[in-house]
Design a protein around this ligand. Structure first.
Ligand SMILES: NC(=O)c1ccc[n+]([C@@H]2O[C@H](COP(=O)([O-])OP(=O)(O)OC[C@H]3O[C@@H](n4cnc5c(N)ncnc54)[C@H](OP(=O)(O)O)[C@@H]3O)[C@@H](O)[C@H]2O)c1
Length: 308
């Protein structure tokens, strides 16, 4: 067959659903061996269906990236099983938007997966800490552990971090800690590329809205806007996991080695901030139904008695 990634061994984190499925499928189609992970146990890599049904060059293993020991053991097991590690895609992550950064409702903390807390301040603090752990610290742990292996191999390797438009320097109200974590991820990408070149290229893909089952159900499914949701996105639609996957294959192939240390925005050309209000709408609806306090991003100043 002779794909562009023939013979390469890849780890993709967060492959039980969503963008991680698109990435792992593209890497598999390009000939790589792909080991995916998630907190949930699955019998096989979902993306391997129809490509590698026998699991000869794919696997899905449990690894909670919030646990340092699990990250260490996971990378070790991949190297023991497949002999090397050439690609890491740090995809696992995400959060849910909140209308009030200073007071995170129990429902939002629960959907995000933050540790439970009865006390309002503790819950709010843990929600933000969880966003930073899962979107910045854990991807750094994975990169550090992967680099230990990659730096001692003879060939060149590639790390790709999956970031977000929420990391834009314009700020990200409703996604304060997540935006800060993704912004940190963009910065970390540059630093690690400088430290690890020429052995490892490190790049970042900052996604705008990307059509996953969760996105469709939680964001689009609850809104009446339908296609209007994307009217402020120049290409008029969301990105797809397959597009992210194809870009990852290109970066990992090393065909253009000079792309290194950079963050590529995959947001259809949209302006920062145009979707924060619409992105918050479904979670606000859920919170209002649960009797939780909410506010519109644009009303934040008025709430504090400041007229515009
Ligand atoms: N979809 C978008 O519109 C969009 C936009 C901008 C950026 N992004 C970024 O793209 C990436 C993927 O997002 P997505 O939309 O595909 O999210 P998703 O549908 O929620 O999928 C997240 C994946 O990560 C896994 N995961 C989450 N926490 C984990 C942990 N602690 N350890 C191991 N696995 C974990 C989940 O599996 P388990 O729950 O089974 O562990 C799942 O497989 C994220 O980094 C997100 O920030 C997405």
């Amino acid at each position: 067959m002779g794909g562009r990634l023939e013979g390469k061994v890849a780890i993709v984190t967060g492959t039980s659903r969503g963008v991680g499925v698109g990435i792992s499928r593209s890497l598999l189609e390009a000939g790589a061996t792909v080991v995916g992970c998630s907190r949930r146990e699955l019998p096989a890599l979902p993306a391997a269906a129809g490509i590698d049904d026998e699991g000869l060059r794919s696997a899905q293993w449990v690894c909670n990236q919030e646990d340092l020991q699990q990250v260490d053991a996971f990378v070790e097991r991949v190297v023991q099983t497949w002999g090397s590690l050439d690609i890491l895609v740090n995809n696992a992550g995400g959060t849910v938007p909140v209308p009030l950064a200073e007071s995170v409702p129990p429902l939002a903390a629960k959907i995000q997966g933050a540790p439970r807390a009865e006390d309002d301040f503790e819950r709010t603090a843990l929600y933000h800490a969880h966003a930073i752990q899962n979107n910045l610290t854990s991807p750094l742990w994975f990169a550090l552990r992967a680099a230990r292996q990659m730096l001692r191999q003879s060939g060149r390797s590639s790390i790709i971090n999956i970031s977000s438009g929420a990391g834009h320097a314009a700020g990200s109200p409703t996604l304060v800690s997540y935006g800060a974590a993704k912004s940190g991820m963009n910065h970390m990408t540059r630093s690690l590329a400088e430290e690890w070149g020429p052995k490892i290229r490190v790049n970042c893909l900052a996604l705008g809205p990307t059509m996953t089952a969760n996105f469709e159900r939680l964001v689009l499914g609850r809104q009446e806007q339908g296609e209007d949701y994307f009217e402020n996105v120049p290409i008029g639609r969301a990105g797809t996991p397959e597009e992210v996957g194809r870009t990852a294959v290109f970066l990992c192939s090393g065909e253009v080695d000079v792309i290194n240390g950079t963050t590529i925005e995959m947001d259809g050309g949209m302006l920062p901030g145009v979707l924060y209000e619409t992105g918050l709408a479904p979670i606000r609806e859920m919170l209002e139904a649960a009797g939780e306090p909410t506010r519109r991003v644009s009303d934040a100043g008025a709430d504090r008695g400041i007229s515009k």
